[in-house]
Design a protein around this ligand. Structure first.
Ligand code: BT5
Length: 317
């Protein structure tokens, strides 16, 4: 059903089409065309009919059909006005064998950060989870999270705001967190069964809705009104392109890094490492120059010690 609607929209994107011509092109009856056009109108597409045929006048602001329209990425879109957590929903879809699905919500009532922390997700934000089954070992999963951070940064840039990335996966604006990523996975050591990459981007709501102690901001508070449809499309298209061009991920990550060149204190499972963050390396390790030599850190909570003894935190995966 969704597929037929998508094909109708593809045709109408090129200009007005009479009903009979549409029916013929799609191999369906005229009555079926009419039904689908009605469904599209209900979904918020403004489609007029005149002697020249059906004409697409406008696309809805947000929703599954809106995101899918003109999207150049191979994902199905599942949209919820409100859901507990898009990651939770993606996990359910994973158990049903699904893949290449993006779950998007306008609002989350039980959004989650890492380590079961709460992620505040009011209406107006961009809350989504991408369910993938990449053919990579579990140890390579961090590169997918880094790709998500770069894709999110590109989406922020598309709104005219300049972001930075804090190792491994926080996106900052003016030193404040505007987006976070929660990646969950299941599989054997040598092969991932599924990966759920959850991205939360504070878009069209005020920063006063965020926890007071979180040193966070929203794009609205940075002075922009986000076209969430376009922003999600940029994010998904960037993600697809980056996963196909893995070399690009680290290059683009480095270009936007807030961490490299900083004195950092990283809490790792093996102890605390303090030194200068000098580089990142595939599949997502941070290289820290300490007094004893260069340490290669794959998992940890990172604190930037300069310029202002910041206490922001972030962690791998
Ligand atoms: C993260 O956790 O940064 C990962 C956030 C992932 C959220 C997405 S939304 C779509 C998908 N579905 C989900 O349920 N989750 C994912 P972490 O680094 O642990 O940061 C959490 C901490 O940030 C909290 O303890 C708060 O202090 C703070 N915080 C809560 N809500 C925030 C928000 N909207 N923006 C910035 N900081 C926030």
């Amino acid at each position: 059903m969704q597929e037929t609607r998508g094909r109708i929209l593809d045709v109408l994107a090129d200009g007005p089409q009479p009903g009979p011509a549409l029916a013929e092109q799609l191999g369906i009856t005229r009555a079926a065309v009419w039904k689908q056009i009605e469904a599209l109108r209900e979904a918020g597409f403004e489609i007029t009919s005149s002697p020249g045929g059906y004409q697409l006048e406008s696309v809805p602001e947000y929703g599954a059909e809106a995101i899918k329209f003109g999207l150049n990425a191979p994902y199905e879109v599942e949209f919820h006005e409100s859901v507990a957590s898009t990651n939770q929903r993606a996990r359910e879809l994973a158990t049903k064998g699904r893949e290449n699905v993006v779950v998007v919500a306008d609002e989350q009532t039980g959004g989650r950060g890492r380590l079961s922390r709460e992620w505040v997700s009011p209406s107006g934000g961009i809350w989504l989870t991408l369910l993938l089954r990449p053919d990579i070992p579990a140890t390579h999963a961090p590169i997918v999270t880094m790709a998500a951070a770069v894709a999110t940064a590109r989406a922020v840039e598309s709104t005219g705001v300049e972001p930075e990335i804090k190792w491994p996966n926080d996106v900052l604006v003016d030193g404040k967190k505007v987006a976070g990523i929660l990646t969950e996975m299941e599989g054997e050591a040598d092969r991932i069964s599924w990966l759920a990459v959850g991205i939360g981007l504070n878009a069209n709501f005020d920063e006063s809705q965020l926890p007071a102690d979180s040193n966070a901001t929203t794009l609205q508070s940075e002075g922009v009104v986000v076209d969430r449809r376009a922003c999600v499309q940029t994010l998904l298209e960037s993600m697809t392109a980056l996963l196909e061009e893995r070399d690009e991920i680290l290059t683009e990550w480095r270009e936007r890094s807030a961490t490299l060149g900083q004195q950092v204190r990283v809490e790792t499972p093996g102890g605390v490492v303090t030194g200068e963050a000098i580089d990142v390396e595939s599949p997502g390790a941070l290289l820290v120059k300490t007094e004893e030599g260069v340490e290669r850190i794959t998992v940890g909570d990172c604190e930037h010690l300069r310029p202002q003894e910041s206490t922001e935190e972030s962690g791998a995966l």
